[in-house]
Design a binder for this molecule. Structure first.
Ligand SMILES: C[S@@+](CC[C@H](N)C(=O)[O-])C[C@H]1O[C@@H](n2cnc3c(N)ncnc32)[C@H](O)[C@@H]1O
Length: 235
């Protein structure tokens, strides 16, 4: 236990229901181990509920029952762990490239007893495509701008499935800037959704992008062939 972590606010009952004790256990892990191991800043402990757990849990409004979810760039488990705690019907894969973070995630999964519902994959989203079955829903919070996120996440999304990106107040500006790139990557028109209206203040802003068309991701560039160097095919 830590003095820094406040008790769960009443609204946590609405969002976590009878899984609230599990949410409390996760909040405690974040506020203790998570801080000591540098996964979240020490100043986050007092605001873990408002800024992190409640904020992420409101996204469940946009996730269909029984969906498969890939959380890209999970960090300390946000939103992926929170989604699994709030919604035991989901199957969740956490994708995270940094070993220190995947080690923490694996420990959290075991300690919270989520092994049947959550798996942890170490790697970058653009590199693990071949290993993962496309998911109904791909989530990301604070990982990258929308164009890059769409390039990484739409190939992990099943056709007709959706990318849900937690964003701040500038979500509409980001959409205006990146919609052309999103469309080229097979995404439909991005829509801003407000989650947790009447529950959290401010509501959580989520950008929703349906994977409308399947566009093959660009191949990573190989070494450039200089003129007269490298192999040329002769007919
Ligand atoms: C600012 S942190 C956010 C972590 C967590 N989503 C949160 O909201 O607290 C960004 C995370 O994205 C991960 N990341 C960066 N590039 C990535 C990529 N190409 N594929 C998957 N994860 C990536 C980083 O390692 C880091 O854990």
């Amino acid at each position: 236990m830590t003095d820094e972590l406040p008790p769960p606010p009443p609204v946590a009952v609405d969002l976590f229901g009878d899984r609230l004790p599990l949410a409390v256990a996760y909040a405690e892990l974040l506020a203790t181990d998570g801080v000591v191991r540098g996964l979240i800043g020490p100043r986050e402990a007092p605001r873990i509920w408002d800024r992190h757990l409640l904020n992420c849990a409101t996204m469940t409004e946009l996730i269909p029952y029984g969906a498969s979810v890939i959380d890209v760039g999970s960090g300390a488990g946000l939103p992926g762990i929170v989604l699994s705690v709030a919604r035991p019907d989901l199957s969740v894969v956490l994708v995270e490239p940094l070993a220190r973070r995947t080690a923490f995630l694996a420990e959290v999964v075991t300690q919270l007893g989520l092994d049947d519902a959550v798996s942890v994959v170490r790697g970058r989203a653009e590199e693990v495509r071949g290993e993962l079955a496309p998911a109904d829903v791909v989530t990301a919070r604070a990982v990258a701008p929308l164009d890059r996120l769409a390039g990484w996440c739409l190939p992990l999304t099943a056709p007709g499935g959706r990318l849900l990106a937690l964003k701040g107040a500038s979500a509409s500006d980001e959409i205006a800037e990146h919609q052309t790139a999103i469309g080229r990557l097979g995404g439909a028109t991005a829509v801003v959704r407000q989650c947790g209206v009447g529950l959290v203040d401010p509501p959580t802003t989520v950008v929703e992008i349906i994977r409308e068309r399947v566009v093959e991701p660009a191949q990573p560039r190989t070494a450039s062939r200089g003129r007269g160097r490298g192999r040329t095919r002769r007919g």
